[in-house]
Design a binder for this molecule. Structure first.
Ligand SMILES: [Zn+2]
Length: 300
């Protein structure tokens, strides 16, 4: 199972977009609260907030899925999508932007989402090259710290986290519904992919982002991860996830201080006691890659 997911992931990273096969992908819609839904398909989990005055969508998955996503959203509400908030620049979260903006949605994201999407990005860690996005896919409203959307009794606030999964991240907090969509600051049942080495990301930044989100949370907060199922007991999951990152990062840091090489640290398996929880069927990267990410985060 893991091998299959990894193979699909590596394929997704190394082939041009048109070579990916989305023909079998179905969009599953899960109702989280009165007016908030999560859509699963391929790529980052989409959030759909159905306000009284239109829809706000969080992330847009791949362009090839836009029609299927539109069908799923039309079953939720006949209202137009007014805004799309991108949690970060990765194409599995922004690939549908151009299609939805052509239909009238305003794309909103951190200023650096626009910057990263406008240029060619090469990440040596994943041997992955992303070409600039078309103009129609770029955010037309950008922010540096945070931005709020007000609709009825709900306020959605996108809050920037510097140098975390990427250098473009924001999570989205729902003040009334007590929901936080974390984007790729949180993965369910998987170690996180982090754009260390030229991508501006770091394990330390992700830990800080989780702490920032936990400050806004209570025991009942519903956390949405960027990839994988909605974690049951969200706040406890996020606390555990933060502890996992902290523990592994400390171990690797100590090994570096002892003079161990990257290969020696990988061989020492600093993730071993967490692998049962984070190398499940949903895992996007293996323990070796995650150890590499931690090592690079600490030495870059
Ligand atoms: Zn991502």
């Amino acid at each position: 199972m893991l091998k299959k997911t990894l193979a699909a992931f590596i394929l997704a990273c190394s082939l041009p977009l048109q070579a990916q096969d989305f023909s079998g992908v179905q969009i599953e819609s899960v109702r989280i609260s009165d007016n908030f839904y999560v859509l699963y398909g391929a790529g980052g989990n989409i959030g759909v907030f159905a306000g009284e005055d239109g829809l706000i969508m969080i992330d847009s998955q791949y362009a090839a899925l836009s029609e299927r996503i539109t069908d799923a959203i039309e079953r939720i509400s006949g209202d137009p999508i007014k805004f799309i908030i991108n949690t970060h620049w990765h194409s599995d979260h922004t690939g549908g932007n151009a299609n939805f903006s052509a239909d009238g949605a305003v794309i909103v994201a951190h200023e650096y989402v626009k910057r990263r999407m406008s240029m060619e990005v090469f990440l040596p860690l994943y041997n992955n090259r992303t070409m600039p996005s078309p103009i129609g896919a770029l955010p037309t409203v950008t922010f540096m710290q945070n931005i709020s959307f007000h609709s009825g009794n709900e306020t959605l606030t996108a809050i920037h986290v510097p140098n975390a999964h990427t250098d473009t991240d924001a999570f989205v907090h729902f003040g009334n519904a007590n929901i936080i969509h974390m984007g790729d600051l949180l993965w369910t049942g998987s170690y996180p992919r982090i754009d260390a080495q030229h991508g501006g990301g770091s394990v330390e930044g992700v830990i800080k982002g989780l702490e920032q989100a936990l400050e806004l949370a209570d025991g009942d907060t519903q956390f949405i991860s960027g990839h994988g199922a909605i974690p049951e007991k969200g706040t406890a999951y996020v606390e555990n996830y933060r502890a996992m990152l902290r523990t592994i990062s400390n171990r690797v840091s100590n090994m570096i201080a002892e003079g161990m090489s990257q290969q020696q640290i990988i061989a020492a398996r600093p993730t071993a006691d967490f692998d049962a929880d984070f190398l499940g069927d949903n895992a996007y990267i293996d323990a070796e890659m995650f150890t590499r990410i931690v090592y690079i985060s600490l030495t870059q």
